[in-house]
Design a binder for this molecule. Sequence first.
Ligand SMILES: C[S@@+](CC[C@H](N)C(=O)[O-])C[C@H]1O[C@@H](n2cnc3c(N)ncnc32)[C@H](O)[C@@H]1O
Length: 261
Amino acid sequence: MDAELLLATVLGVPRARLLTLGDVPAEAAARFEALVGQRADRVPLQHLTGRAPFRYLELAVGPGVFVPRPETEQLAGWALEQLAGLAEPAVVDLGAGSGAIALSLAHEHPGARVTAVERDPGAIEWTRHNAAVRAAAGDGPVEVLAGDMTDPALLRELDGTVDLVVSNPPYVPDGARVPREVADHDPPLALWGGPDGLDVVRGLLVTAARLLRPGGRLGIEHADAQGSALPALVRAHGAFTDVEDHPDLAGRPRFTTARRR
Ligand SMILES: C[S@@+](CC[C@H](N)C(=O)[O-])C[C@H]1O[C@@H](n2cnc3c(N)ncnc32)[C@H](O)[C@@H]1O
């Protein structure tokens, strides 16, 4: 599959077109071989194609930004269900990276007032780029804000008014073994979450409790080993009710949701 996608990228055709392809020109074959070599050296496929699919969008990605994962599409889907019936809901995506979640919500729920917060100066260039591309394509504007999701002063003006806070935060426990594609190519700030992986989440919960209106919804992605620890943390915070955990398509615990009291 990766080889086919790389060849399709080199030739500038959809993957399905490879079935009816004649000869591959020598120059394209050489470029293809070079890309296969990089992929064999564990450079992520999405860095080589420069694109990552996410729900209905295709996002630009590359060095400096986290490659959006298919698991996160479910968290975005849950978030969209919470927005149903709300004409102009206020939404905050904490740790936006490529903008996968924020831009999907703006695309699939026209009228949503979405703010995307990102701390990493390298990653936010990608957030801004993808947000500009989607706005030019006709989606509602997404406000991209450089900031720390654990900062008590973040978005103070929205305190108590936000309908939905959603986040795929860094949650990998420090020192955990991850594939080379991840260790060598995803930005460290996107991955590591302290000794139990939940350091950033602790600050995130304080911010979410402050931003959400009563009844507002919270959704947080987590590692498959955190299916008990994260809901317990949300319950222990005290500001949330209806705490639930949700599996991904492989049946592994993947994200926790809750409602602001
Ligand atoms: C796992 S990535 C998720 C990116 C994107 N939301 C997605 O689902 O593909 C986590 C993102 O949070 C950002 N981040 C990490 N710590 C942060 C903080 N304290 N405040 C804001 N953003 C942060 C990282 O730079 C990274 O872009």
